[in-house]
Design a protein around this ligand. Structure first.
Ligand code: PMP
Length: 360
């Protein structure tokens, strides 16, 4: 069989990422409430000008680069825009790891794409699991010095909702100063602004920060993300990125989202979601069979319940999609719910309540 004959061995063995949208494909049913992909419940309005669609776009559209650099408080040459933060992960691996030879380090439970991106590139994956309280196991991480080229640290971490302690992370960055780039994934940083590393960029030549418009900016459908790092790292990534990675309509919408009006909307929606999150957490603690797990630094809540499978099935049957995290290390019986709109959260709580009433 030709496909078997030609297929990369590492791709043969690969189990692809089960994205929230793949697990519930065909979603699009307006009745459904999607609380499984950490998206924003808000859909904002943008203008599109089709006059330039006959031309290739700029590889790195200046309007987007300059606006995001200003938003993040960095220089324009310290920034790369890509097809979501997911492409940033892949570019870092492709630029800084040699296939069949090098490895990256991940700290599970964490975002699944670091390992999958490495595997698709035939790059090894080492693991230093988080401590039981989901803090970094700094000694375990440090033991990988010389064995890994990239160290992926997600903060706030998906799916635990915990932000990494700054002193611990500083120690890790210093330890790998001459041997690895520490990639700090700040996909959810707008929900926990005080913990960003963007303002430290000039101090650390061996960090790269991942950002996205998919979460707080409410633009998951846009596929637009950023890598922040000192210029030499950005220049290396520019060597491997596709010629025209950012479609013209994406550039137009991203620039609007990063304008004054867009940023005002962002601030308003983040405040609303953080308030909703606090209410949702409070309400969930009232259920005997629910134990909150991790922290609430992002736009989702993780909890454990002995009724994990039945509760998940009940919610899905009633049109509320959430995410099962129970296969991840130390997250047995854990479910993750994205904070939705006030109305969606109300419906979620009412279904959870109905589920536990039906049980008794
Ligand atoms: N990092 C983390 C921690 C995420 O949760 C996600 C989205 N699930 C991403 C990166 C990917 O973001 P994007 O949509 O920008 O590719």
């Amino acid at each position: 069989n030709l496909i078997d004959l030609l297929l990369n061995d590492n791709i043969k063995a690969l189990k692809p990422y089960e994205s929230a949208r793949r697990l519930f494909s065909g979603a699009g049913n307006k009745q459904q409430i999607w609380l499984n992909a950490n998206e924003s419940p808000f859909a904002n309005e943008y203008d599109i000008d089709a006059q330039r669609f006959n031309r290739y776009p700029d590889c790195q559209p200046p309007a987007v680069i300059d606006a995001y650099a200003q938003y993040a408080g960095i220089e324009s040459d310290q920034l790369l825009v890509s097809r979501g933060a997911d492409e940033g992960i892949e570019l870092l691996i492709r630029a800084f790891c040699t296939p069949g030879k090098d490895s990256v380090l991940i700290c599970p439970p964490t975002y699944g794409m670091y390992a999958i991106s490495a595997e698709t590139c035939d790059v090894g994956v080492e693991r230093a699991p988080l401590n039981p309280d989901f803090s970094l196991d700094v000694d375990a991480i440090k033991a990988f010095k010389g064995k890994v080229n990239l160290v992926f640290i997600c903060s706030p971490n998906n799916p635990t909702g915990t932000s990494v302690d700054k002193n611990q992370l500083r120690e890790v960055i210093a330890h790998f100063a001459d041997s690895a780039i520490v990639v700090i994934d700040e996909a959810y940083i707008e929900f926990d602004q005080d913990n960003s590393w963007a303002s430290q960029l000039n101090q650390y030549p061996n960090i790269a920060i991942l950002r996205t418009l998919s979460k707080a900016f409410a633009l998951a459908g846009l596929r637009c993300g950023f890598t922040l790092a000192q210029a030499p790292i950005i220049q290396a990534l520019m060597k491997v990125i596709a010629p025209y990675p950012i479609p013209e309509p994406v550039a137009q919408i991203a620039a609007q989202a990063l304008g004054q009006k867009g940023l005002a909307t962002l601030a308003q929606q983040v405040a609303l979601l953080n308030a909703e999150k606090a209410d949702l957490k409070n309400a969930l603690t009232a259920f005997n069979d629910i134990e909150l797990v991790g922290d609430d630094k992002a736009n989702f809540i993780l909890f454990r319940t002995p009724q994990k499978s039945a509760l998940m099935a009940h919610l899905v049957a009633n049109g509320i999609l959430i995410r099962d995290q129970s296969k991840q290390v130390n997250l047995d019986n854990c479910l993750r719910i994205t904070v939705g709109s006030p109305e969606q959260n109300k419906q979620l709580l009412s279904e959870i309540s109905r589920f536990f009433t039906l049980q008794t």
